[in-house]
Design a protein around this ligand. Structure first.
Ligand code: SF4
Length: 500
């Protein structure tokens, strides 16, 4: 059993998780990847392939871990090799790109990452991860007898704005990580030995894993396997409990794992207390005056509005930067007056060109010119309007006006005016809808979440479906987005009737 770079990097996050992945893949992979996770992998592959054009005419080592072909290519001093694989007695790697440097008579290593550098804090932690990634490669390459020169990190440049054809030398940044790698080499070498011994032991590491004192968002998919004594709805699900590590430790140390057993006198925030009270009593908590005050600020006509978008790593159209969201669809339900007729309008763009222009025209045509625009988690919709305005400054006034009228229905739940035991501390519409309007559900739809919608649209515009399937999927997308806004209407009506 050899230790790969991927498993070493997982080990650095969590040894137990890496062990389960290597020895019990059926447990590790027992949860299918989400659409979002699949999207990340697909994006990574797409970016890897595109980055190869930075170093033209290379030889691709096809298949996974073709050590023999790689050896042959290295011996021939092949100028550019994509995806070469190397192994030692304990370790194995597949690099992204090796480039022979005539001057130094060594191979320079280029590691491609599909990430933006991000803000300074994120950049720092990502740089650390990438340094360990490159150091692992460096050590294996050296031990495999490859003359290694400089080590570079290639990633997407968030400042790049597409104008015309993609300019790969502007789209990607190349950063020299050699010094960082050399500084870390000894540390990584030692860590690799420890990781190898730990991960190749046949005996499973015993006991609960360390996430027992972390909030649910930090848990990996193997948490239930390693912690069978923790109930499904546990103290780890208390809203934002991950930020109060000491409190969670206190509960776990006292053997309190079930949310129903949390003592009444434990100091918690109002939202946390409400979540626990509703879980214990099974009752809904309603602040009628808070809800009424919120609803009273709404101005008719009400437009219940929702965008669907696709975040594209490689800018597809002019004016777009890496990972900018492409708004491709919206749905709006319009209620002109209280108890008036409900009108539905929708728009979807499935051509290959930039949807911005047509999207803005549709917004101008289909949205009312006044009244409140009601959304769920409005920062997302407002962010898309801001992006559209940035790319299309001639429509800034119109788009700013939409944002000035935007109201967030989720605020009612965030403000704790309505707490249902089934919310389990969450305020997303996917929790609110089944609790408040159980007769309405996403379950029967072909597309059930935003990630699925994004990927479906991308498949349509990149010719991933037959003509017939494209029409079907278009219909599925329209149905999904329609339900998003109809769900808001129904939740709104439920709340309105409650405080009548
Ligand atoms: S739940 Fe946390 S500690 Fe446990 S295996 Fe997963 S990542 Fe590791």
């Amino acid at each position: 059993m050899k230790l790969s770079k991927t498993n070493y990097l997982i080990y650095r996050e969590c040894g137990k998780n890496a062990w389960v992945k290597m020895h019990k893949p059926d447990v590790y992979y027992s949860y299918p990847l989400t659409e979002f996770e699949e999207g990340i992998i697909e994006t990574g592959n797409e970016v890897d392939i595109l980055a190869r054009d930075l170093f033209k005419e290379g030889v691709l080592v096809e298949g996974r871990y073709d050590f023999a072909l790689t050896k042959e290519l290295i011996e021939k001093k092949t100028p550019v090799i994509y995806q070469p694989a190397f192994e030692t007695d304990k370790y194995q790697i597949a690099s992204d790109i090796l480039v022979w440097n005539e001057k130094t008579e060594k191979y320079d290593v280029y590691e491609v990452k599909a990430s933006n550098s991000g803000d300074d804090k994120k950049k720092k932690s990502k740089n650390e991860l990438y340094t360990f990634d490159l150091a692992f490669q460096y050590i294996v390459l050296k031990n495999a007898g490859v003359p290694v020169g400089q080590l570079y990190l290639v990633r997407l440049n968030p400042e790049y704005v597409r104008r015309g054809d993609l300019d790969l030398h502007q789209l990607f940044t190349k950063e020299d990580f050699t010094d960082r790698v050399l500084e870390t080499e000894e540390l990584v070498k030692n860590e690799m030995h420890v990781a190898y011994d730990f991960l190749t032991q046949e005996k499973e590491p015993s006991g609960n894993c360390s996430c027992i004192t972390k909030g649910r968002n930090s848990h990996c998919t193997t948490f239930p396997y390693s912690n069978p004594d923790v109930p499904q709805y546990s103290v780890h699900d208390i809203s934002r409990i991950g930020l109060s590590k000491r409190k969670l430790e206190e509960l776990v140390d006292s053997g309190i794992l079930n949310i129903l057993d949390v003592p009444d006198d434990l100091k918690l925030s109002d939202a946390q207390k409400n979540q626990i009270i509703s879980a214990k009593t099974g009752k809904t908590m309603v602040d009628e005056s808070g809800i009424k005050e919120f609803l009273d600020q709404l101005q008719y006509p009400l437009a219940f509005f929702d965008y669907e978008t696709y975040a594209c790593a490689i800018p597809r159209y002019d004016g777009y930067s890496p990972y900018n969201q492409i708004p491709f669809q919206f749905s709006v339900h319009i209620l002109k007056e209280p108890n008036g007729e409900l009108i539905h309008k929708e728009f979807i763009y499935t051509e290959k060109e930039n949807p911005d222009d047509t999207m803005i025209k549709a917004l101008q045509e289909l949205l009312p010119g006044n009244g409140s625009i009601v959304s769920w988690h409005k920062s997302f919709e407002m962010g898309r309007n801001d992006d559209l305005a940035k790319r299309n400054p001639e429509h800034k006034k119109f788009l700013n006006n939409l944002n000035d009228r935007m109201v967030d229905l989720e605020d009612i739940f965030k403000a704790q005016f309505y707490v249902h035991p089934d919310f389990k501390g969450k305020t997303s519409i996917k929790y609110a809808l089944p609790a408040l309007v159980p007769e309405l559900s996403y379950k029967d739809l072909e597309i059930r979440n935003g990630g699925n919608a994004s990927n479906t649209w991308n498949q349509i515009v990149t010719d991933g479906y037959s003509k017939e399937d494209t029409e079907k999927q278009k219909k599925n997308l329209l149905e999904y987005c329609k339900l998003d806004t109809f769900a808001m209407v129904k939740i709104f009506e439920h709340l309105r009737d409650l405080v009548k």
